[in-house]
Design a protein around this ligand. Sequence first.
Ligand code: GLY
Ligand code: MN
Length: 494
Amino acid sequence: MKIKLLVIILLCQLSYLLNAQNIDLPSDFLSKKFYAGRREILREKLPANSVAVLFANAIRNRANDVDYFFHQDPDFLYLTGYKEPNSVLLIFKELQTANNGKQYNEILFAQARNARAEMWTGRRLGSEGVKSLLGFEQSFDAVEFSRYDINFSTFDQVLFFDFKNDVRDVPKDSTDLYDLIEKFKTKASYPKSNGVTLAIEPTKNNLNTTTLGSLLADMRGIKTKEELELLRKAVTISAIGHAEAMKAIRPGLSEREIQGLQEYIFKKYQAEDQGYPSIVGAGHNGCILHYMENYKPSITNKELLLMDLAAEYHGYSADVTRTVPVSGKFSPEQKLIYELVLRAQEAVINICKPGTSFKEIESTARITINKGLKELGFPITSETDRNLFYPHGCSHHIGLDVHDRGNYDSLKQNMVITVEPGIYIPENSKCDKKWWGISVRIEDDVLITERGHELLSFAAPRTVKDIEELMKQPSTFDNFTLPELDKVKPTIKQ
Ligand code: GLY
Ligand code: MN
């Protein structure tokens, strides 16, 4: 009887493993050719006689036996397309020769297949899947990394990102990320003091923890055609989310409901995630730059609502912010501040073209805002200084990270950046009381083209007139009602 049961379990596990790759996937994932191409370009950029070593992201614990949803390290994803944890990638500048004479210039050590684990936490590609689906010629189970015969001291440079020493060692698993990092440290003679590994000084011995970041910034900052397709989708989905929210907003809704409404729209378009924690802040809450609590149960007529939410689509994240009046009509003070921010945004968008420096972008936004605030009677002492009313930067790259790697000197064709000036006037600010509680950010995503730019987030209106017009329109969510929680009773007597 016991043997029969064992055979059934084994057969189930076998069929699970065989079926695991037979799944419906979106048709617009990036191809293995794309990822192989990225590795090839990185290899071209690597210094002579070097190897780049990259690790997958860590699994982070949420509580007890529940982990946060795994999100791949963007550099690792960019070079592999591999979406699993506990793996390490080696890219060699020159061809290497294995003991069996085989030549190779890259290896991915991947999570091993494991029917029981896959039943609980999801499918794994395993090294065979990595070869067939991700286009690697050399891939092994992670356990092989400790046996892998490599002498890092023979390379002029070993390029990697320094460790934060914040990865947990999973008990009874000798192939988790912690162990892979430890094995690498031993193999590469990463410096230790009394058994504690140290963050290393760049360029000490042949270990280099600075160059890889700048090589990848140069690559990731310029989007390829395939990446732009995904990024356009992420931005359009996000802009539609904002436009639909504008139609649905009315006094009495909660901040969280509006968050949920937008996030539902992202998911309706198959976006896997948000690019960052969603920000929906009414009135004073909008002055908190990264407000994520979204706790206010009922938004009110006199408030502005600042919504900074965007979708992540197949890894690529948009970044869009809109600020609208809850009543559907801006008050005179709200309108003055809103139109000043819009003017600053327009001034920046107008200079977005190859050659414009990020410095110019920042100063254009800041000068426009500070001048405008001064004209409105705000205590602004310098036109160019950061101040309480506009305390953040105007632009950053977007891509696999919402604050993406990229070069921050000057704009180049196929960069995608945000343009996001804002004005925040917390209660008790040193200005006329009539401004208190007003906060406005307008954030759009802009593609730099050969001679100028293209506004990718056009589907979310920006002018006072267009916003007020759209907010008058009915919403699909107008008649969406649910039972009141305390009125929900069992229908069958218990
Ligand atoms: N939208 C969030 C940020 O750029 O910080
Ligand atoms: Mn942003």
